[in-house]
Design a protein around this ligand. Structure first.
Ligand code: SF4
Length: 581
């Protein structure tokens, strides 16, 4: 039997599967299929492979990466079963990947004879951008295109379907007991990931459901508590066993990101704010590090700021654990969404502005020190959602002033993510959909987005990554408009624009020379001052046109001393040890 798993990529409140991330769904699906039958051949294709296979030969340029399977069409033709995985619930901007949709995949597979299954969050609909209301059009199309649309857990359905098809139930959820084998067996699929092994980061699951939602209900817009009505913590041994399997296969980048709040892992239920369990988190990360000693990235994702603000002692212990066993450049994303208490109440948001401020302060105290990759060890990020019911002009002002206070108090925030609300059927927001303010507040949204980018993001980026910082291991990802864009591998890495063409898919150490609103400009080091182009040299702070002319006239330099004698000794402070002659 031949199975083709097609990864259309996934992005949801508690989990990411957009390259360079390999999400949980393809891994678990592969594991379930292989557990059902070891003889089955399972191919992992990405939506990019299909775009290249179908359109590449017609000269239509796809934005993306080198296809892993130029023979993708053949695989589809031979496949007995096609499993498509997709769904965006929290759409973002992706540097080099473009997620697929049910509509897009239908062009590639509608004439293929194989049986077809849809898995991943797409069953609830998908939003390619913020500010939209999900219609049932995608689901109707899915029901027509696929033989089975899986509403429960894809891996549970696949295993049943392949072993006992008559009892296979698309609404069935598996337990963590059942997942154990699927996850370990499924690790092997990473070998088919296009950028394996150097450039893949694997999203690791520790929890499903939302502890805060269990106590007081979910946030109005969120799909996580709709999908998982109970909270389940994944056993430490299972998480460690999966990471070991992946590490043994050569994976070096991990994000323990598939959970709504890492600080609530194995926490004690306690209404709105669960009581954290630092000992369990220490045991988890110690275990991960023991099986993955040479890990290059060990990061996390979401956290509920209310937990940190209300249980500072336990939370400081957890933050120290993340630093002790993790790697620098780690980011904990806080979902504040709005600083207006009226909006927070109406939408049952998880934390107040005061709690979020306190959580930012606490994390800064523990994590703001710079680590070996050039980034601070552990910083907060802040998620905002514009267009929620109850918003007024004053809500935007309050949110802006909240951010300004953080900036003025000298605190660090790695990133401020501004989304426009997406209305999903089944969420509490669906019932309030007429009160969504995206259209009504279009101008306000534009104004405050611009104001935050200019007045908060820019000075904050200058503080988080000052000129002269060296960011290690920046992976060159795409070349566009005469710039190579790259980023470190990890949780919310900063995008670096490099003003020259670099070989892609390689890692560079980069000297930061300038800042934009959401990205920064850098130059690979060491800078070869005898051969580097004037265009790049000019980007170095303090080296204007006149100095570039001097450099060109005096090349070749024999030594660093020779170079600084010509350009001025004061440049040594920024460039000392970073040039090559
Ligand atoms: S705290 Fe709110 S946004 Fe976060 S997972 Fe729970 S319900 Fe969703």
């Amino acid at each position: 039997m031949i199975v083709a798993i097609i990864d259309g990529y996934t992005d949801e409140p508690a989990g990411l599967g957009v390259p360079p991330y390999l999400g949980i769904y393809p891994r678990y699906a592969y594991g379930a299929i292989k557990k059902a039958s070891t003889k089955t051949r399972v191919f992992y294709l990405t939506i990019d492979d299909l775009r290249s296979a179908f359109f590449g030969e017609m000269g239509i340029k796809t934005k993306n990466r080198t296809p892993n399977f130029p023979e993708a069409k053949n695989i589809l033709r031979k496949a007995d079963l096609i499993v498509y995985i997709g769904g965006l619930h929290t759409p973002g901007k992706y540097l080099s990947a473009v997620p697929g949709s049910v509509e897009e995949i239908s062009h590639f597979i509608r004439d293929v004879k194989a049986e077809k299954i849809l898995g991943g969050p797409a069953f609830m609909g998908s939003a390619s951008m913020g500010g939209v209301r999900i219609t049932n059009r995608e689901l109707q199309l899915a029901e027509l295109l696929f033989d089975h649309v899986v509403y429960g857990d894809l891996e549970a359905f696949l295993f049943d379907h392949l072993t006992n098809p008559r009892d296979a139930d698309p609404f069935r959820f598996r337990t963590y007991d059942e997942l154990r084998d699927y996850a370990v067996i499924g690790a092997e699929v990473v070998k088919q990931f296009p950028d394996y092994p150097e450039s893949v980061i694997v999203e690791v699951e520790t929890q499903r459901g939302c502890p805060k939602a269990m106590g007081v209900g979910g946030c109005s817009f969120c799909t996580e508590p709709v999908r998982y009505t109970v909270v389940e913590d994944r056993p430490i041994e299972d998480v460690v066993a999966e990471v070991k399997a992946l590490y043994d296969l050569g994976v070096r980048h991990f994000r323990v990101g598939r959970q709504s709040c890492i600080f609530s892992y194995m926490a004690k239920p306690n209404g709105r704010v669960p009581i954290p369990n630092p000992a369990a988190i220490e045991k988890l990360f110690k275990g991960l590090r023991s099986v993955a000693p040479g890990v290059k990235t060990l990061h996390v994702d979401n956290a509920n700021p209310a937990v940190i603000a209300n249980y500072p002692e336990g939370s400081v212990k957890i933050a120290k654990t993340l630093i002790k066993y993790g790697t620098s450049g780690n980011v904990v994303a806080f979902g504040l969404e709005s600083a207006d208490p009226k909006v927070a109440k109406l939408n049952n948001l998880n934390a107040t502005a005061e709690e979020t401020y306190e959580a930012v302060r606490i994390l800064n105290e523990v994590g703001a020190k710079r680590g070996p990759n050039g980034m601070p060890w552990l910083l907060p990020g802040i998620n905002l959602i514009f267009g929620l019911p109850g918003e007024t002009k004053r809500s935007y002002e309050m949110t802006f002033h909240f951010l300004k206070r953080i900036l003025d108090d000298g605190l660090l925030v790695r990133r401020i993510n501004i989304r426009q609300v997406v209305v999903f059927p089944g969420t509490p927001l669906w019932r309030m959909r007429e009160k969504v303010r995206v259209e009504k507040h279009e101008k306000l949204i534009q104004h405050y987005r611009h104001k935050i980018r200019h007045e908060i993001d820019l000075p904050m980026l200058r503080r988080v990554v000052p000129v002269g910082t060296i960011l290690r291991d920046v992976r060159a990802e795409i070349f566009e408009n005469n710039l190579t864009y790259g980023r470190q591998i990890g949780s919310y890495p900063i995008i670096v624009g490099i003003p020259k063409r670099l070989q892609l898919n390689r890692f560079y150490d980069v000297l930061i020379v300038d800042h934009g609103f959401r990205s920064i400009t850098g130059i690979p080091v060491p800078i070869d001052v005898n051969s580097e182009s004037p265009k790049v040299l000019e980007k170095i702070p303090g080296i204007g046109r006149k100095t570039v002319v001097k450099i060109l006239a005096n090349r070749p330099f024999k030594s660093e001393a020779d170079f600084f004698r010509i350009v001025g000794e004061e440049k040594r402070k920024l460039l000392g040890g970073k040039i090559r002659t």
